[in-house]
Ligand binder design. Structure first.
Ligand code: SAM
Length: 349
């Protein structure tokens, strides 16, 4: 690459990939550790052999993360999401978020959590500068919660959800992975919840990532099927106009009085790759330009070899240049192939 091209590609407003998509959103997996062991996240092998985790020294330090985010923001990233693993189990996370919030130009810091520690942290998160919170919750039944997550703590998540609303996060988004014969009898209960609480309930299509393919096609339900089922029961769903910062969810309003809304995230049946604005930094310190493509750039090694800010910029540009046009997970799934072996907890979803 000659010097002129390199510098124009690393300047602000040039975080554009080869398919003209502007990249403005960075997801950070702060740790692959989690206080739950969800059946779609933890593989049978991991369960049997003891969980394989990134050792602490191999995680990027908070200083390293802040440096990378500063450079990325200077190049045009304006939104960061903290995920994992469970981001709230990483020590001193509130202090880190506060420092993140001080980065000039970073306008949006969001968090995805399983909610277990949310009652304890909601207020601190708000004060530290978190703008929006997503809670992952696949069931409203305590017994089933234990079966899905391996831990008997539905009540904690429930209290965390209410605390997030009470301190003023709005709207609180609830991510429900839709799974046939596992939680599909609860979709209407989730919708009812959106009537009475200011929640955006988002049904996410199950993705066969990594070893979670052990579930096979039987557990997958398309958003269209869920929508049809809900319309039979609740009547018309009116589409809500998308705002600029909205993610891939298609959001709908229910008929009648309703405090919240319903969303569908359909990575399998209605790909949104053409609008993807994301770059991911895994808990192992690698840049991943597509959730569903295993190609990664080892930014941690570059950093620990004494990288200058320009080296970091180049690594970000390279990662974005390698962003694939789209994923083929649904096609591979149909053919019983799986090219995405990445662990969700390491990538951060
Ligand atoms: N611990 C946090 C949490 O539970 O929200 C953040 C990490 S978790 C990996 C991020 C999101 O990915 C969760 O909403 C989870 O339900 C979703 N997820 C994990 N595996 C999935 C799969 N195979 N298909 C669809 N969503 C999945």
């Amino acid at each position: 690459m000659n010097k002129e091209i390199a510098s124009s590609q690393t300047s602000k407003s040039r975080l554009v990939d080869l398919f003209s998509r502007s990249i403005s959103y960075l997801r950070l997996s702060l740790t692959d550790r989690c206080n739950l062991r969800c059946i779609y996240c933890v593989t049978e092998d991991e369960e049997n052999s003891g969980l394989q985790k990134v050792v602490h020294a191999e995680l990027l330090t908070y200083e390293e993360l802040l440096r990378i985010v500063s450079v990325a923001v200077d190049m045009g990233i304006s939104k960061v999401r903290l995920t994992g693993g469970e981001p709230l189990v990483r020590r001193n996370v509130i202090d880190f978020i506060y420092k993140l919030g001080q980065i000039q130009g970073l306008t949006d810091v969001r968090l995805t959590t399983n909610g277990v520690l949310l009652e304890q942290y909601a207020e601190d998160l708000l004060h530290a500068g978190v703008t929006k919170v997503n809670i992952s919750l696949d069931t409203l039944k305590p017994e089933r919660f234990k079966k899905i997550t391996g831990v008997d703590c539905f009540e904690k998540v429930w209290k965390g959800l209410h605390k997030a609303i009470a301190v003023g996060f709005s709207p609180v988004k609830v991510n429900v992975v839709a799974m046939r014969n596992i939680n599909d009898d609860e979709f209407t209960d989730f919708v009812e919840l959106a009537r009475t609480l200011p929640l955006q309930i988002r049904f996410i299509e199950f993705m066969p990532i990594g070893e979670s393919t052990r579930w096979g096609k039987d557990s997958y339900i398309s958003s269209d099927e869920i929508k049809e089922r809900l319309m039979t029961q609740f009547g018309r769903l009116t589409p809500v106009e998308k705002k600029h910062a909205d993610g891939p969810a298609q959001v709908f309003q229910l008929e009648g009085d309703c405090m919240g809304s319903i969303g569908f995230i359909s990575p399998m049946s209605h790909k949104f790759c053409d609008r993807c604005n994301r770059l991911r930094l895994t808990s192992a310190g690698t840049l991943r330009s597509c959730l569903l493509c295993d190609q990664e750039t080892d930014l941690k090694s570059i950093l620990r070899a004494g990288a200058t800010d320009e080296d970091i910029r180049k690594a970000l540009v390279e990662a974005i240049r390698s962003k694939p046009k789209g994923h083929e997970l649904a096609e591979q799934f149909d053919q019983h192939r799986n090219s995405c072996h990445g662990q969700m907890s390491r990538i951060g979803g």
